[in-house]
Structure formats: C-alpha cells, structure tokens
Design a protein around this ligand. Sequence first.
Ligand code: E4P
Length: 215
Amino acid sequence: MKFFIDTANIEEIKKAWELGVIDGVTTNPSLISKEKREPIGLLKEICSIVDGPISAEAVSLKADEIVKEAEKLANIHENIVVKIPMTEDGLRAVKRLSAEGIKTNVTLIFSASQALIAAKAGATYVSPFVGRLDDISHVGMNIIADIQDIYENYFFDTEIIVASIRNPLHVVEAAKIGADIATIPYSVISQLIKHPLTNIGIERFLKDWEDVKGK
Ligand code: E4P
C-alpha cells in the first residue's frame, strides 16, 4: 500500500519524507490557500522534496479550460498529476489528457458509480472522500470496498486513493480492503506511529536499565 501525504505544508512534507513512509503528495485548492504562497512556486518546491506523484488541482470547470490548465500544471514537473473534479466536463478533459499522456486524479468522488465512470474515461487515480461521507452519516469506507471489487472485476488500471482520511482506523480499514493508496494528513501519520503502551514500555525499560547500571 502506498501512502501519500495530504497537505501543501512544506515542513510537514519534509518531516513525512524523512520518516521514509510517504510515496507522494496530494494537494487541493483549500490546502494550497492555507500556505499563503504563490501556488506554482509552492508546487515546484514540493516536487523538489518528494520523488513521487504530486497531485495539483485544476480549478477550471469547462473541459477546454481544464485541459489548458492541466497542461500548464503538468509542465511544472514530470511528477505532477492533475486533479480534476468529477463532472461531465471533468471526464471530457480526463479523456483528452489521458490521450496526451498527462496523469489525472479524479477527485470529489462520493459513490462507486462515479469511480466506475471515471475509470472508464481513463483516470489514472480516483479519490473517494471517506471522511466527508462519514460526516453525513454514510459509512465512507463501504464505497472503497465496492470500488475495489469493481476495478478487480474488470482489471481497471485506475488506482484508488482513499482520501479525506480523518483517523488511523480509516487507514487500517483501507489497507484491509486492499486500496492502492491512502492520502493522509500529517496529524494522522503521527497517530499511526504512536501507542501509549509503547511509551510506557520505553519508560519501564529505561527505568530498569538505570537500576542495573548502578550495580
Ligand atoms: C485529497 O485528495 C482531498 O483533497 C482531501 O483528502 C480532502 O480531505 P478533507 O475532507 O479532510 O478536506
């Protein structure tokens, strides 16, 4: 399973990269806007830190404009993947970009049917948002299992990025289902590492070692 970090914050990206646990980065307009920086420069810096797929989102809504914007984004670096919202125009753009060899990540996916049709259009990745589904009392992870089954049935190459992850259980559930990728905020990466019994264990070992040292 691959881990992407879901942030545009350089410090978080550097810390996660140094841990050796991330394979790529996903950003979105909200995450970029939090950084209060010029977006292209920021994306270039992210590409200089992480050697893996870096998702950058197109904000145009019409297919022609999405394609133009995607071409510009793809020019930033060979690792850029263009995130495109799940709409009819978005799918038209995905078809054209896939013919040009530009990688796409169809985002704002909330159902298995959307994931199926995005794969048909030639999406490289799809991003189903589990947390936002949980927020409205749907079990977000159910659609991950459905998408996984559908892609396996028909040997689609499209990879599933489990997105909108809010806690470590989301990551574990995604891994049990066999999703290709989880895109995880830094706070949740930290939670994946920690366990109170680990801290208690370290404390006890150090205390016992102090006792034996004096002998
Ligand atoms: C990633 O691709 C998405 O943009 C992100 O995971 C959305 O997460 P949120 O629902 O916590 O904003």
